[in-house]
Ligand binder design. Structure first.
Ligand code: FNR
Length: 386
C-alpha cells in the first residue's frame, strides 16, 4: 500500500527522520556517483557518442502530458498486467543490466538484484553478462518471474546451450537483444579504457558453460585471459539476420521477445517471424547516438505489434514516465539505470526503494488523474505539451 508508505514517510519527517535513500532521482544519481569508482560510474551512467540520444530519451517524456479526469472512481486502482498468461500486480520490470554486479562492492549485484525483485514482486530480466551464473540468479529470484536476456554469440552451439540452460533454470522468456550485435561508440569508456579497469566483464555465464569451455585449450580457471579473448571473438554477431529467427525460435518452447525494436516495420517483421513479444528500446541511448528518443517510437511499434505484448524501456525516471509509456500502449515498462543507482547507493534496499518510489508515483498519478486501470489509460489521455 503505497499511500501508507508515503504517509509514513511524511510522518517520520515530522519527527525529524529523513529517508536514508534519496526520494528524488537526481539526488539518487548524485549519491550513486559518489559511491562508485569513477570508471564504473562512467560505464553505467554513460552512453553512446555525445549522449544526445540518451539525454533526449529522458527529456522527450516532458513533451507528453496526461489529461486529468475527475470523479472517475479511481479511489481503488488495479495496476496489474497480463503477460504470457501470468498476471503481475505491477506494470514494472527490471531491465537487463550487464555487469550490474559491479555496482555493488561485493560484486554479487546480480544476486542482490534478484533478491530485491523477489521481495518487491517485480520481474527481473537477467543479462547474459553476469558475475554469477544464470542458475544461481534464477534461484535467488525465488518464485518471482525471471526472463533471460540473450546476446546471441556467433557460435550457434553456444547460443543453444545458453538458451537451454536458461529454460532449465526456470526463466520464463528469452529476450534477444538485437541492438548490441557489435559494441557501441562510447567515448567515456574509451577515454578511461574502462573494461580492464572494471576488473572483468562478468563472464560467469560463459565460463560456466560446457560448450564455451570445450572451445578452450585450458580451463578459464587456469587462463582467464584466453577465456576473455575467446569471449571477445564470439560475442559480436553483426551478421545475425531475420533468417536466423526461425532457428532461434526452434531452440526453446519459451516465449521469445526481440529487444531493440524501434521501427514499426521491424515490429511487423518480428510478428511475421513468429516471436511472442516486442521490446521497444534504444538501450538507454548506450548503443547508437543520433537516434530518436525511444518513447517517440513506442506508439507506432505498439500499433505494428498487433496482439503481441510490448515492453518499453529507455529514459524512464519517474512514475509519470511509467504512466505515459502505458498510455502510449506499452504492456509493461522497464528501467535500467535507476535501479543500478539504487543498488550502488544501498544494495538490495536501494533497488527495492527505487521500485517502490516508481510504483508509488505511478499509483498516485493514476488516483489523482482519474485512471483506475491500465486499460483506462488510453492514448487519447495524452496531449502534446506545447
Ligand atoms: C544496459 N542494457 C543492457 N541491455 C541488454 O539487453 N543487455 C545488457 O546486458 C545490458 N547491459 C546494460 C548495462 C548498463 C550499465 C546499462 C545502463 C544498460 C540496457 C538496458 O537493458 C535498458 O535497455 C536501458 O538501461 C534502459 O534505459 P534507462 O532506463 O537506463 O534509461
Amino acid at each position: 500500500n503505497y499511500g501508507d508508505w508515503q504517509l509514513g514517510t511524511y510522518l517520520a519527517g515530522l519527527e525529524g527522520t529523513r529517508p536514508e535513500i534519496p526520494m528524488h532521482f537526481a539526488e539518487l544519481a548524485r549519491r550513486a556517483e559518489e559511491q562508485m569508482p569513477p570508471e564504473i560510474w562512467s560505464y553505467v551512467a554513460g552512453g553512446a557518442g555525445d549522449e544526445h540520444t540518451q539525454d533526449a530519451n529522458v527529456r522527450a517524456f516532458q513533451r507528453y502530458g496526461l489529461m486529468p479526469r475527475m470523479l472517475t472512481g479511481a479511489g481503488e486502482r488495479d495496476l496489474s498486467v497480463e503477460v504470457f498468461g501470468e498476471r503481475w500486480p505491477h506494470p514494472l520490470m527490471l531491465a537487463p543490466v550487464g555487469v550490474i554486479a559491479l555496482c555493488e562492492a561485493e560484486r554479487h549485484g546480480d544476486l542482490t538484484t534478484a533478491r530485491a525483485a523477489d521481495s518487491v514482486g517485480i520481474p527481473m530480466i537477467a543479462s547474459t553478462l553476469m558475475e554469477d551464473p544464470l542458475e544461481d540468479v534464477a534461484a535467488a529470484l525465488g518464485g518471482t518471474t525471471g526472463w533471460f536476456q540473450l546476446y546471441p554469440p556467433n557460435d550457434r552451439e553456444l547460443t543453444e546451450s545458453l538458451v537451454r540452460r536458461a529454460e532449465a533454470a526456470g526463466y520464463r522468456a528469452i529476450v534477444v537483444t538485437l541492438d548490441t550485435l557489435t559494441l557501441g561508440w562510447r567515448p567515456r569508456d574509451l577515454s578511461i579504457a574502462s573494461f580492464p579497469q572494471l576488473g572483468g566483464l562478468c563472464l560467469a555465464n560463459y565460463v560456466s558453460d560446457p560448450v564455451f569451455r570445450s572451445r578452450l585449450a585450458v580451463p578459464p580457471e587456469e587462463d582467464m585471459t584466453a577465456a576473455t579473448m575467446l569471449w571477445a571473438s564470439i560475442f559480436g554477431n553483426p551478421r545475425l539476420s531475420w533468417d536466423d529467427l526461425a532457428w532461434l525460435r526452434s531452440l526453446t518452447s519459451l516465449p521469445i521477445l526481440l529487444k531493440g525494436i524501434c521501427s514499426p516495420d521491424d515490429a511487423r517483421r518480428a510478428v511475421d517471424a513468429g516471436v511472442q513479444g516486442i521490446y521497444c528500446s534504444n538501450h538507454g541511448g548506450r548503443q547508437a547516438n543520433g537516434g530518436l528518443p525511444a518513447i517517440d517510437c513506442l506508439a507506432d511499434v505498439v500499433d505494428a505489434a498487433g496482439d503481441l505484448p510490448v515492453v518499453f524501456d529507455s529514459g524512464v525516471r519517474s512514475g509519470a514516465d511509467v504512466v505515459k509509456a502505458l498510455a502510449l500502449g506499452a504492456t509493461t515498462v522497464a528501467v535500467g539505470r535507476p535501479y543500478a543507482y539504487g543498488l550502488a547507493v544501498a544494495g538490495q534496499a536501494g533497488v527495492e526503494h527505487v521500485v517502490r518510489c516508481l510504483l508509488a508515483e505511478t499509483d498516485l498519478i493514476m488516483a489523482i488523474d482519474g485512471y483506475p486501470t491500465i486499460a483506462s489509460l488510453e492514448r487519447s489521455a495524452l496531449r502534446e505539451v506545447r
